[in-house]
Design a protein around this ligand. Structure first.
Ligand SMILES: C[S@@+](CC[C@H](N)C(=O)[O-])C[C@H]1O[C@@H](n2cnc3c(N)ncnc32)[C@H](O)[C@@H]1O
Length: 288
């Protein structure tokens, strides 16, 4: 394989196979994200914006800038550019029904939820709406920690402002109950109501880090549609750490194409892509 091979001649910046390999190596090392060869064009278009901002001419220059300084401020925009943030309100809706049931049968006050790949906020706000509906109060005893590796999506999440098309699939009752419609300059936008926002805290957490800045245990952990980007060895490490943060009767919710069969000694299914700790996990990890 020719590593100097130019990937396309139509590019504004010089970009070859070795550049892509280096990007793939760096994002794997710092975020656990695997980029296969089909992502070569995606990497180019996402990082080309950074090269333009920094007025660089080649990917080699950009990669040199990153590699020569582990503390470079460019690492975060590099990571932000390469994450995939697709999400929506009440995505995989069955989980919110399972969560409502879990809340209604749990005695935990506050009921604590960690949303570990919160992206632009649609998922944690859906959790907050579910809590208000399940407890039938605008001030439920619920705490939701929304985290993500990507600082840009977290900033969007914290703002809680969405274009109205993002709300399209939601019932009228939810739109009216939980959002304020923008007017004049904010026409076409909707903001989550302050009461909903008050249930959430936002924090940057890299799931790949050896320690997470978290305290106490959670009744529910939502870790959906992020593990697909990690290899199985990485998933195993993360899941074992997450398991220790679950209360003995806590539930872990994963994405529709993710499953925990390969770690069945510690997690057992209790519904559609929803898991509980096994007796062994509770015994070995001393949770509770
Ligand atoms: C496809 S989105 C899923 C969003 C939401 N959980 C859902 O299911 O709709 C994946 C999210 O995982 C985040 N992510 C990727 N690698 C991560 C890591 N190492 N630690 C924490 N978050 C990560 C990305 O920034 C992105 O926002």
């Amino acid at each position: 394989m020719d590593l100097n091979q130019t990937i396309s001649h139509e590019h504004e910046f010089s970009y070859c196979r070795a550049d892509f390999n280096k990007v793939a190596q760096l994002i794997y090392e710092c975020a656990g994200i695997r980029l296969n060869d089909s992502k070569q064009q995606m990497v180019y278009s996402r990082l080309a914006r950074r090269l333009r901002v920094l007025k660089l001419r080649s990917f080699a220059q950009y990669l040199h800038l990153l590699e020569q300084d582990p503390d470079s401020a460019e690492w975060q925009p590099f990571i932000n550019a390469l994450t995939t943030n697709l999400t929506s309100f009440f995505r995989e809706a069955y989980h919110f029904e399972i969560l409502a049931q879990q809340m209604q049968t749990s005695r935990a006050r506050p009921f604590r939820i960690w949303c570990a790949a919160a992206s632009t906020g649609e998922e944690p706000y859906s959790l907050a709406m579910t809590a208000m509906e399940a407890y039938q109060t605008a001030q439920p005893a619920v705490e939701i920690l929304a985290s993500d590796l990507d600082t840009q999506v977290l900033a969007t999440a914290a703002q809680g402002v969405y274009t109205v098309d993002k709300l399209e699939q939601m019932t009228l009752a939810r739109k009216r109950g939980f959002f304020l419609k923008g007017t004049a300059m904010n026409g076409g936008k909707a903001r989550v109501k302050p009461g909903l926002r008050a249930l959430l805290q936002f924090q940057q957490i890299n799931l790949l880090d050896s320690t997470w800045p978290l305290q106490g245990q959670f009744d529910a952990i939502f870790c959906r549609n992020v593990m697909i980007y990690f290899d199985q060895a990485t998933q195993k490490i993360i899941l074992q750490k997450m398991g220790r943060l679950l209360k003995p009767d806590g539930q872990l919710y994963v994405g529709h194409s993710e499953n925990l069969h390969f770690i069945s000694e510690y997690f057992t299914s209790c519904g559609k892509t929803t898991y509980r700790l096994t007796e062994r996990a509770i015994r070995e990890w001393g949770v509770g």
